[in-house]
Ligand binder design. Sequence first.
Ligand SMILES: NC(=O)c1ccc[n+]([C@@H]2O[C@H](COP(=O)([O-])OP(=O)(O)OC[C@H]3O[C@@H](n4cnc5c(N)ncnc54)[C@H](OP(=O)(O)O)[C@@H]3O)[C@@H](O)[C@H]2O)c1
Length: 303
Amino acid sequence: MTTEQTQNAPGGTATLAGRTVARIGFGAMQLAAMRPGRPAPDRDTALAVLRSAVGQGVNHIDTAQFYGAGACNELIRDALHPYPHDLVLVSKVGVDDSGHSLVPAQRPEQLRAGVEANLASLRTEQLAVVNMRRLDAPPGLRAEGDQLVDLDSQLAELIKLRDEGKIGAIGLSNVSPGQLRHALPAGIACVQNAYSVLDRSSEPVLALCREHGLAWVPFWPLGSGGFPGVARVTDHPAVVAAAASLGATPAQAGLAWQLAHYPHTLLIPGTTSQAHLHDNIAAGGLRLPPGTLATLDRLAPAA
Ligand SMILES: NC(=O)c1ccc[n+]([C@@H]2O[C@H](COP(=O)([O-])OP(=O)(O)OC[C@H]3O[C@@H](n4cnc5c(N)ncnc54)[C@H](OP(=O)(O)O)[C@@H]3O)[C@@H](O)[C@H]2O)c1
């Protein structure tokens, strides 16, 4: 990033895999059709949202080949290739899209195939970070049978891919504190677990990130796009009230709380809307007073 880009970075900057990124990034999953009844936005809208995010200083995009069977990556490529030199593209492996539904893909050769598919669809030589998405615990898919793979075998394959230069760094997703601690010697750049002001069940994992200064990239920072059973941050009365008292939107209050909670938090809220994108980026400029932080701190048990 240039000095000017750094100064104007939404939410300020932090480091991800040795790269300087704006603390407000973009999660691309909402741009793909992921389940029946939740259609993707039209192509022009999706391309415009991606370009607008980057135009407003976002330089960290989270994606996956299995978002819409490659559709999400293709949109990123079509919107942004050739990529700005400071753009950090992060993907994940461990799941595949059979064309009809998501299926586990935890075996080492499947991780390699996943990385190769990402490289091809994004048309890039290297993915800055690849998160190993574990399927031991909710939410979402669970591994069984030959998909029950030990973390060491997966890390060994990802280390090979890193040595080959196909990935810049290794991250972990949906892991326990024990798994993170076990994986640390492999060199872990970031952790991506579900986490929001209303769901702090991963606080012990975040505590370990704090201890080691690791980047924390919560998924579902706003409580997801309607995943069953996940509380929407923007609907919670206390978040709504806190936001109103500051002249901000509920999404901004929820995101600003995350930024204040840990200095190495990198946000990847997802949206299909230019107005919401603008809102989320502007959350980077919102400072919550101590009383508001304390109120929001109490909304969920810090497990
Ligand atoms: N590692 C994993 O297992 C995993 C799992 C899930 C997601 N992820 C990553 O995390 C990213 C974020 O997750 P997510 O997109 O599922 O959930 P999210 O960011 O928590 O929430 C997205 C939802 O919030 C709405 N929204 C966004 N900005 C808003 C605003 N300012 N005001 C009101 N509503 C707003 C969006 O609707 P509109 O489109 O109407 O704005 C969408 O329905 C994904 O894109 C993906 O990259 C990773």
